[in-house]
Write a protein that binds this ligand. Structure first.
Ligand code: ADP
Length: 404
């Protein structure tokens, strides 16, 4: 809540709270400018604030609570007259309010990571609670406490993701950079005069330079997808295109790796143009590239088979990319879409990758309103399944359907 809103809230409370506390008990019709009018103005202001607002009497019973309060604590009915402790179970928040009341302070604010119990489940929320005493006149004069509870869970989570991302990115970049710096130092200290040592240093530096470039490129792609993704499907350049063609183009681009791994491909798509999907082709190139490249690079040559298939199921296109390779351990499966996560232990450390590929894929799929999941059995197969619903915007206007 902004300071202006707080000011407005206090002003309105002073004018009309008495009427609210009485439940608008006046029997005569409201005349313009009457207390009833002002109470309804106040009510609409309080309901529109987007934060939970409560007014407590001197016993800390609820004298008023707006709708946000009901939504936040997942309760129904009239809260008036109920003790605050029956709504808020977190003793730290109750103590904070009691302390403020006893201290005579004008205002206080504190942040709480607090469980909100909904049925049998406790959902942890990040709450910013502020409280201030208010002196009311009118029908119910006296000293009250105004409590505003702002649910900042989403903002907090986004902030945490951003912090993790910066920390992970710096960590990932630091290793190749310090290797390059180490070799540079050795060169300056004399290795430069030894052609064999110079060559070794340059080759290693080039390899790590390429790795930095790859990480930065993936980070830029992810960041682009995230900023476009915020606008949802509207942020995409959606058009119809053949899913089969997109997959075939990617396989062609990956020809050297396909050859190196001696991989066989099995493509299965619906015929007669039914393999068309609507979406941003640039995103789908990334999706197919990252998934097919993973299926190739993570697995050893010899008998490697990769299936890329598409089927229509329940008003959705279901696209699967499956390989019969090394597989992913069950314990790693929940994490592989996380940024920078790599199942390094059972694979060769030499496999090129940034751990960002699958984050990019998931982001791109979700931007299209789709979902992606993975299933894998060690030593047997890995299957990525994309489910893309049919409700993307139509690129071309469709003829009106005939009336029934
Ligand atoms: P990277 O850029 O390292 O490939 P990804 O996010 O694309 O990162 O993948 C994360 C991890 O998931 C990889 O490091 C790899 O260990 C594992 N992985 C992804 N696809 C496969 C697959 N088809 N087979 C086995 N492991 C895979």
């Amino acid at each position: 809540m902004t300071p202006l809103e707080i000011l407005l809230l206090i002003l309105c409370l002073g004018l009309a709270i008495g009427c609210l506390l009485q439940g608008r008990r006046r029997s005569s019709p409201a005349s313009p400018g009457s207390e009833a009018d002002r109470a309804s103005v106040l009510e609409s202001v309080l309901e529109g604030l987007g934060d939970s607002c409560l007014l407590l009497n001197s016993n800390h019973d609820i004298a008023f609570a707006n709708h946000e309060t009901l939504d936040l604590f997942r309760v129904t009915g009239d809260l008036r007259g109920r003790p605050l402790a029956s709504l808020i179970s977190d003793e730290r928040i109750l103590q904070f309010i009691r302390r403020l009341d006893a201290s005579g302070a004008k205002w206080a604010e504190e942040e709480f990571r607090s469980p909100i119990v909904r049925g049998n489940l406790a959902d942890e929320r990040f709450l910013v609670v502020s409280a201030a005493p208010v002196q009311l006149s009118g029908d119910a004069p006296g000293r009250y406490l105004r409590v505003v509870i702002r649910d900042e869970t989403d903002r907090h989570e986004t902030e945490q993701i951003r912090k993790d991302f910066v920390a992970n990115a710096s960590h990932e970049l630091r290793t190749p950079l310090s290797i390059i710096n180490g070799y540079l130092e050795n060169l300056l200290e004399g290795d430069i005069d030894d052609p064999a040592m110079s060559r070794k240093a340059l080759i290693t530096m080039q390899k790590h330079g390429e790795r930095i470039a790859r990480i930065v490129e993936d980070m830029l792609t992810l960041s682009k997808f995230e900023s476009v993704g915020e606008k949802g499907i509207a942020g995409l350049r959606a058009a119809s295109f053949s899913c089969r063609e997109c997959a075939e183009d990617v396989i062609e681009r990956l020809a050297p790796l396909v050859e190196e791994k001696r991989a066989r491909f099995r493509l299965h798509f619906p015929p007669d143009g039914a393999d068309e999907i609507k979406g941003d082709r640039f995103y789908w190139d990334q999706i197919f590239f990252n998934l097919i490249e993973n299926a190739l690079k993570e697995n050893k040559p010899g008998n490697l088979e990769i299936a890329v298939t598409m089927a229509r199921e329940d008003a959705a296109s279901v696209i699967r990319i499956a390989d019969n390779g090394i597989g992913i351990p069950r314990a790693d499966l929940p994490f592989i879409f996380k940024r920078f996560y790599r199942v390094a232990k059972h694979h060769s450390q030499k496999i090129k990758g940034t751990g960002l590929g699958l984050s990019i894929v998931r982001r791109a799929v979700e931007s299209h309103g789709g979902t992606i999941s993975v299933d894998s059995t060690l030593g047997l197969e890995t299957v990525f399944t994309i489910r893309l619903p049919d409700y993307l915007p139509d690129p071309e206007p469709q003829p009106a359907a005939p009336a029934d």
